[in-house]
Write a protein that binds this ligand. Structure first.
Ligand code: CMP
Length: 138
């Protein structure tokens, strides 16, 4: 089933010049980049994005981090895109991420795990509406 999901490349990924590598992997898999922008996110958007984690001890740190520098927001479309992207990025904790995944190949700590990707189709719809409120180019 064709789906569209959200990928964020976090500040560490942008600083480490990994935009191209991560996007290359997504395209090589056969998925389409349906929307793409480099932005400095405002705090309200990031807090809304991570609202499910509002009571977690890492909430402030993750919001500080996401607003600390440019990030890439990307909409990715294709067959089973939500699950395909989650699998490609690897486990949230890079120490548990399999080699061959983005985190398993390029990350070491959970605080700087390089990317965020939507967990399920409902989260994808909500997150795409937040980060691409203007809609996707057709
Ligand atoms: P992400 O997929 O963007 O979703 C929430 C982020 O919070 C997560 O990736 C991590 O970068 C960060 N984080 C920090 N500590 C934790 C934790 N203990 N559990 C889950 N996420 C954490």
């Amino acid at each position: 089933m064709s789906e569209t999901t959200l990928v964020l490349i976090k500040p560490g990924g942008v600083q480490r010049n990994l935009i191209g590598e991560i996007t290359r992997r997504i395209e090589a898999r056969g998925l389409k980049v349906a929307g793409l922008k480099l932005i400095v996110a405002d705090r309200a958007t990031v807090e809304e994005h991570y609202s499910e984690h509002r009571e977690r001890p890492f909430f402030k740190d993750v919001c500080d981090y996401l607003t600390s520098g440019p990030i890439v927001a990307m909409a990715v479309s294709g067959t089973n895109a939500v699950k395909a992207i989650r699998t490609m990025m690897g486990a949230t904790n890079p120490l548990e991420a399999t080699p061959g995944t983005v985190r398993g190949d390029f990350a070491l700590t959970i605080d700087d795990n390089l990317t965020h990707s939507s967990s399920d189709p409902e989260a994808a719809a909500r997150e795409l509406g937040l980060w691409f409120s203007e809609g996707l180019p057709s």
